[in-house]
Design a protein around this ligand. Structure first.
Ligand code: FES
Length: 168
């Protein structure tokens, strides 16, 4: 396909790319913008390693095309924190041993950050808005909501503990 121009707004910076219309957002981030913190695991929507936020909602960036995101606000793990100034969630993953090999960790951190926002906003709408004392915010519900992010090392207890420690 002939390349198409798309302006991606990633972590607050806009960049115009010429990409084949079949290039996924994941490949555009990694190969065109050199944002390699977002990982490629399965490349077909099953592992969550490629999780980024688009307009505040988490998505699998391997399942969407770069050219579909003109004007969207995209946040990657590089926009969440830095080694010098990690976010609360990133810090919590270290404190709670929320990883082993680390490959799935950027996706887990993105998803964990987004899932707390979903709870806060009461999204989807059947969930209560209040985090503290919210019957819906429990380990089982959290596990269900994080089930799109796989960890081959099975660090799940530490991952949920990290997210819970930021929530409470
Ligand atoms: Fe996108 Fe696995 S790489 S879900």
């Amino acid at each position: 396909n002939p390349p198409q121009s798309v302006t991606l707004n990633v972590n607050g910076t806009s960049e115009t790319l010429e990409v084949d219309t079949r290039v996924t957002l994941l490949d555009a981030l990694r190969d065109h913008l050199n944002l390699t913190g977002t990982k490629k695991g399965c490349d077909h929507g099953q592992c969550g390693a490629c999780t980024v936020m688009v307009n505040g909602r988490r998505i699998n960036s391997c399942l969407t095309l770069a050219v579909m995101h003109e004007g969207d606000e995209i946040t990657t793990i590089e926009g969440i924190g830095t080694p010098e100034a990690p976010s609360d969630m990133q810090r919590a993953f270290v404190t709670c041993d929320g990883f082993q090999c680390g490959y799935c960790t950027p996706g887990q951190v993105m998803s964990g950050t987004a899932v707390l926002e979903e709870f806060r906003q009461g999204w989807p709408s059947h969930v209560s808005k209040d985090l503290t004392g919210n019957a819906d915010f429990n380990d089982e519900e959290l596990a269900e909501r994080m089930s799109g992010n796989l960890c081959r090392c099975s660090a799940y207890p530490g991952i949920r503990q990290a997210i819970t420690s930021v929530a409470t």
